[in-house]
Design a protein around this ligand. Structure first.
Ligand code: HEC
Length: 449
């Protein structure tokens, strides 16, 4: 009897405990959609770079298994910063609890759940935009030839009028190509209008190239007779790259100045993929309501392009590039970093060396992936006299699955099968600081090459 009683009590106890744990299933509306809104929909919605939309249950359901794999392996969302270093305000990587939720949702049958549990949909900007532009400047239209993949369309620069009739402080910029599939990158710069500027006429710097499309080193290409096309500008102001769609300065409580009478120059790099298309570029701006206290300035430091020093030997799996270095001439707040290399790029590290000798790694990307040009937003006070070092390694061995040819020596160049080593960064300074005087750089960057 006694035994039986005990058994019954245990049973009861068991049932009672189970009742206390809410056993409601993980559903799309209640649990998964909030995660997708915050971490995925920025790319996974119509008109953005991801191949499918994850806005609704209907759209997401067929991808449930793929989502589980993508988040469990941390392939998605793409994020490459080593969490040991720095703090990034745009860190989209998922918390372990979010990953667990998605995994449980899929394992539990990927249920939709109750519509009234769903958060309100996010009001995304109109298709193709990630900002809500106050002004859209119409850029060039270019016929991208139906050449096979990896055929060379050389970089070009096109000058266009901004149409701005007064000094204009802008709080965000988005360069918007129409056909992202053939767009390698686009960057813009501004400089004072000169009478010889020919609007909407592409300027090329034709290069001699070998069988594999690598440029044969020469005295330096010229764009319409100018070796340094950016002379007179404040450097590259914004770029479109896969993963780097728009620049928003308002999040840093700052804006960028486009002086009246300055033209916009767009640097276009198309990569044909077999399908001919007509690409039309637009550049959107949001405007500051009033002149800001703080000015945002885009900067860039690069390793030397000298072919006797920037020279990656064949089959070398961990070649260390000469560093890129810059010294701050003024107090600044460093707010943005974006490593840029090509297909052999392996890792990149940004380190600050303060005037008191202290060194601090502020960004480490240990597994660089050329297919993702991501920017990292941060906030670091940088006193005058601080040095920024950028270090990078390259993998020119057959183990690098993106390596088109491990048996060749690779030099600095513009095509993806040549290499680059650029540490882009953004700073915020007092609005009266001259943007060209913020850093001294050992290897000043010329034509954006
Ligand atoms: C920065 C943009 C971006 C963000 C943020 C992002 N994705 Fe993606 N995603 C892409 C792109 C581009 C692809 C296609 C290229 C690829 O697979 O690498 C993709 C592919 C995928 C795939 C297909 C993977 C495969 O192996 O074929 C899944 C599933 C996916 N994403 C899920 C997610 C989920 C879930 C999130 C959020 C937790 C997310 N993504 C966040 C851009 C993004």
């Amino acid at each position: 009897m006694f035994t039986k009683f005990c058994f019954a009590t245990l049973m009861l106890g068991g049932t009672a405990m189970a009742a206390q744990i809410p056993s409601s299933p993980v559903t799309f509306n209640k649990d998964v959609l909030p995660i997708l809104q915050k971490n995925c929909q920025g790319c996974h919605r119509p008109g953005q770079i991801a191949p499918m939309s994850l806005l609704s249950y209907k759209e997401a359901r067929p991808w449930a298994k793929a989502m589980k794999t993508a988040v469990a392996t941390r392939k998605m969302p793409p994020w490459f910063a080593d969490p040991q270093y720095g703090h990034f305000t745009n860190d989209r990587s998922l918390k372990q609890s979010d990953i667990d939720t998605i995994v449980k949702w899929v394992d539990g049958g990927a249920l939709e759940g109750n519509a009234k549990d769903a958060p309100a949909p996010i009001e995304w900007p109109p298709e193709g935009w990630v900002i809500r532009p106050d002004i859209i400047v119409q850029g060039p239209t270019f016929e991208v030839p139906a050449h096979p993949k990896n055929d060379v369309v050389e970089w070009m620069w096109v000058t266009i009028p901004t149409g701005f009739t007064k000094d204009t402080w802008v709080t965000a910029i988005q360069i918007r190509p129409e056909h992202t599939a053939v767009t390698h990158h686009m960057c813009i710069a501004f400089k004072p209008h000169t009478p010889d500027a020919k609007y909407f006429e592409p300027l090329w710097a034709p290069k001699e190239r070998d069988d594999e499309g690598a440029a044969i080193p020469t005295a330096g290409p010229t764009f319409g007779g100018r070796t340094n096309f950016l002379a007179g500008s404040n450097g590259l102001e914004d770029c479109y790259l896969p993963g780097m769609i728009a620049d928003d300065y308002s999040i840093h409580r700052a804006a960028k100045l486009i002086p009246t009478g300055w033209d916009m120059m767009i640097n276009l790099h198309y990569t044909p993929n077999g399908k001919g298309v007509t690409d039309h570029v637009q550049v959107g701006f949001t405007l500051a309501k009033e002149p800001p206290e703080r000015r945002y300035v885009s900067l860039l430091t690069s390793a030397t392009q000298d072919p006797s020093r920037f020279r990656i030997p064949p089959n070398e799996s961990n070649w260390q590039s000469p560093p890129a270095e810059a010294t701050f001439n003024v107090d600044a707040e460093l707010v943005f970093m974006m490593p840029h290399m090509h297909v052999r790029g392996k890792d990149m590290t940004y380190t600050l060396e303060y005037p008191d000798g202290r060194k601090q790694v502020i960004l480490n990307v240990p597994h660089y992936d050329f297919n993702w040009q991501l920017g990292y937003d941060t906030s670091i006070k940088v006193p005058k006299g601080t040095k920024l070092h950028v270090d990078a390694h390259y993998d020119n061995s057959p183990n690098n699955k993106f390596n088109p040819n491990p048996n060749r020596t690779v030099y600095y160049g513009e095509m993806t099968w040549e290499e680059m080593m650029s540490g882009f960064f953004g700073v915020v300074v007092d609005r009266n600081v001259n943007p060209n005087k913020i850093i001294s750089s050992r290897n000043p960057v010329g034509s954006g090459g």
